[in-house]
Ligand binder design. Structure first.
Ligand SMILES: [Zn+2]
Length: 181
């Protein structure tokens, strides 16, 4: 989050369009922040996008396109790995952007497999909200405090509930309730 993933995805797909390729951005139906018909980066860049609820739908929508961008790919079901492999084997260029770790600092969805099978991987870093260092972790905050480890994984929010953090500033959520007397 906040690392410029969507910005980079848009940049690459635009270049494909400039090169005369038919390009399409698909985002998971779960991610409805900002704008349903577009993929929008935190910095404000946007590109027309369609939503898909399942990886089977991704495969159907991608048919006939030369280049396909998948935004927030961690939110798709596990079938997304096979769907991407099928597209790549057909000669489609696939650019997938996703969050590698969830707010618990655990591997997120199909991302570990995708990172493993991808020809090219660019790991982008965000800026730590606390110290300004390089951030690779996502701090989830509830009422300004680290969210508990067992909280819901999927809660797409804005700046007030998630922060990019470096490893030193990341605060793991506790699993136990603290009762103060
Ligand atoms: Zn930091």
């Amino acid at each position: 989050m906040f690392s410029g993933k969507s910005e980079e995805l848009i940049r690459r797909l635009r270049r494909a369009e400039i090169a005369g390729q038919k390009a399409l951005v698909i985002k998971p139906a779960v991610d409805d922040r900002y704008d349903v018909g577009n993929v929008v980066s935190h910095a404000g860049a946007s590109m027309r996008a369609v939503t898909a609820a399942t990886s089977a739908e991704v495969l159907r929508l991608a048919s006939g396109y030369d280049a396909v961008g998948l935004d927030e790919v961690q939110f798709f079901d596990d079938g997304i790995v096979d769907a991407i492999t099928t597209l790549v084997n057909r000669g489609t260029r696939v650019v997938a952007g996703g969050l590698a770790q969830d707010f618990r600092a655990q591997p997120f969805g199909a991302m570990p497999t995708l990172l493993c099978i991808a020809e090219f991987v660019d790991k982008l870093e965000a800026v730590c909200h606390r110290c300004g260092g390089s951030a690779t972790l996502t701090q989830r905050l509830l009422d300004g405090r680290p969210a508990p480890f067992d909280g819901e994984t999927v809660q797409i929010g804005a700046l007030d509930s998630y922060e990019a953090r470096c490893r030193a500033c990341y605060e793991p959520g506790t699993q136990a309730h603290v009762v103060a007397a």
